[in-house]
Design a protein around this ligand. Structure first.
Ligand SMILES: Nc1ncnc2c1ncn2[C@@H]1O[C@H](COP(=O)(O)OP(=O)(O)OP(=O)(O)O)[C@@H](O)[C@H]1O
Length: 289
């Protein structure tokens, strides 16, 4: 009996029965499995190791999260399938590939084949993003998160880049900050300042190399880049090791209604601050396309 084939068939029946909104395949044979699926449900592939094969893939670089002494061979004994699936579902959610409901995963590696079913509302990161979306426009939040993840993962021409985006409560934020370089967005048309428009992202990535931060209004228009926050980090408690950029970002989210999204130059990690506290962090090594 072809066990993997049976698993895929069963997974399809189950996906139909539970009304899954998305199927995620995590397997070295993902392309072949995808071809077998004959449902009207979107299917994405989450890459565990190696590069992306085509533009539809969601890449999950789990190896980079593991202690150095774990080899590829022992990987699947050490990493929980649930964890793999959670990573892939988070990546798909942030990219806007699923907004709610149940996701079915086919996680098939070597002789071990699993079907994993997850309600995305149970995933902690997604809960936190949903909570945040009640205070800031979801499309703006999603755009900035995706952009920050790109910057954290890719840097610029091989160079690591750190920056931050301060969203909402713009008048107050502008009053508590100053330019350290000339504002490159000064006098530009709204359409060129719209952070929701992916066509503007390359320019943002260029300006992310400038010292200072981006100030973004509640509709997603960039008001300034190269902005330095004049805030006191007194009373802001962050994990040790985080420096001026993260402290200032957390502090402005305490003194105003803004949310702050930082990209660490050191680690590439994307952190989100609200009310002076870290709301959540995202590891940018999960590549989303
Ligand atoms: N108040 C501020 N407003 C805007 N930018 C700031 C502020 N404080 C620091 N920065 C920027 O952050 C950069 C990095 O500072 P620092 O290394 O102390 O921060 P960090 O939180 O450790 O960030 P990273 O993880 O990116 O290194 C500084 O060079 C500066 O450009």
């Amino acid at each position: 009996m072809n066990i993997k084939g049976e698993v895929v068939r069963t997974a399809q029946e189950l996906a139909k029965r539970i009304g899954a909104g998305l199927i995620i395949i995590i397997s070295p044979d993902a392309q072949a499995i995808k071809k077998e699926i004959e449902l009207d449900i979107p299917v994405i592939i989450a890459r565990v190791m190696g590069g992306r094969r085509n533009g539809d893939d969601v890449f999950v670089d789990v190896l980079s999260k593991l202690p150095k002494n774990i080899t590829k061979g022992s990987l699947f004994l050490k990493v929980s399938r649930i964890e793999l699936m959670s990573e892939a579902v988070e990546a798909a959610y942030i990219k806007g590939r699923i907004s709610n409901g149940v996701v079915l995963g086919i996680v098939s590696v070597g002789d071990i084949n699993s079907i994993v079913v997850m309600d995305i509302t149970d995933i902690p990161l997604i809960k936190k993003i949903t909570e945040l979306a009640s205070t800031v426009d979801y499309t703006v939040l999603k755009a900035v998160l995706n952009l920050a993840i790109d910057i954290g993962r890719e840097g610029r021409e091989g160079k690591k880049i750190g920056t931050a985006f301060i969203i909402d409560d713009t008048d107050k934020v502008m009053g508590m900050s100053h330019q350290i370089v000339l504002n490159p967005y000064e006098g530009h048309k709204k359409k060129d300042r719209d952070i929701k428009d992916e066509n503007n992202w390359e320019t943002v990535k260029e300006f992310a190399q400038l010292d200072g931060m981006f100030i973004v209004d509640e509709e997603g228009y960039i008001v300034a880049a190269g902005r330095y926050l004049d805030v006191s980090a007194r009373g802001v408690e962050l994990q040790p090791g985080l420096g001026g950029r993260h402290l200032a970002a957390a502090a402005i989210s305490k003194s105003t209604k803004a949310i702050a999204i930082t990209v660490s130059e050191t680690s590439g990690v994307v952190s989100v601050y609200k009310d002076g506290k870290e709301a959540f962090t995202i590891d940018p090594r999960i590549s989303i396309t």
